[in-house]
Design a protein around this ligand. Structure first.
Ligand SMILES: [Zn+2]
Length: 288
């Protein structure tokens, strides 16, 4: 059974749209390359899951980047998705991080002025949305993001687990779609359906959303069965870093801050932040 995927579905003939993403091997493969604290691993795992739900609504050849930025102890948590099916992630921590990381809320993790930034790169045109990281949990931050940026009723449920170095995460996103008819009766019907969908979603337990639960299609059917769920799309997801010698060299050239005073002729060793792959860049390549 393929556990790393995102299902897009509709309820009640399209009155409600949903995405359900479950990650297991892909997120474990990505995070085991790093030695982040468990709190950061679960944060990135949940971000990767909701990021895939976001990506289902953009054009399939877009690249998306979801970033949480702050000061300390976490400076950056980032998930990068390509073609809506491959993702990679990384985080940057301040030098000294507190021992009680697991107990910290989102504002405590990212410090003052934390931001959630979502960028869509579609054929080199960039669309960016930024909201403050003011809510205490990641789930509330994303809920706030949707309500603020799209102004449509949205429910976000996020969960994750780490057992014996195996990381799992899941995200469920439900959105009320605009009524096709402006008649008051149609809008009232849609509100009733949205209310029902919200109540059903509230009954789902974290362990059911995660990989150890039942198959995803069955869970959607079980929870939302009365609202005639129809799965419209299945996307298989995997971890992939598309770094290369050429890309790394370009980044260094653009930085334009290479140490020209460095008398050694040793090649520069550059490590990809996403996959930890090491690249040796010769100084002659930078000048060329
Ligand atoms: Zn890489």
């Amino acid at each position: 059974m393929q556990s790393d995927k995102c299902l897009s579905f509709y309820l009640s003939n399209g009155s409600v749209k949903g995405h359900f993403c479950r990650l297991g091997d892909s997120i474990t493969n990505s995070l085991q390359l790093h030695e982040y604290p468990e709190k950061v691993n679960t944060l990135l795992a949940e971000m990767a899951a909701i990021s895939q739900c976001f990506s289902m609504d953009v054009k399939s050849n877009s690249h998306t980047t979801m970033q949480l930025t702050g000061t300390a102890p976490v400076k950056l948590a980032l998930v990068n998705s390509t073609d809506c099916q491959f993702f990679r992630c990384c985080a940057t921590m301040s030098k000294e991080s507190p021992a009680n990381l697991n107990d910290l809320s989102i504002p405590q993790l990212f410090g003052q002025n934390g931001k959630l930034v979502f960028t869509i790169d579609f054929e080199n045109q960039y669309y960016q949305t930024i909201v403050e990281l003011s809510a205490s949990t990641l789930q509330e931050c994303f809920q706030h993001y949707f309500i603020q940026s799209m102004q449509i009723p949205t429910i976000v449920i996020l969960c994750s687990s780490v057992i014996d170095n195996k990381i799992e995460s899941a995200a469920l996103l439900l959105q009320k779609m605009p009524s096709p008819s402006s008649a008051e009766s149609a809008e009232a019907d849609d509100s009733d359906i949205w209310h029902e969908a919200s109540c059903f979603a509230a009954t789902i337990k974290s362990h059911e959303l995660l990989g150890s639960g039942m198959p995803m299609e069955r869970l959607i059917e079980l929870v939302f069965g009365e609202l005639n769920p129809v799965v419209s799309r299945e996307t298989i997801l995997s971890f992939k870093c598309n770094c290369s010698h050429e890309k790394i060299l370009n980044i260094i050239k653009n930085l334009d801050s290479t140490n020209e005073d460095d008398p050694s002729n040793l090649p520069l060793e550059v490590v990809c932040e996403y996959c930890n792959k090491k690249y040796a860049i010769d100084k002659s390549e930078i000048d060329s």
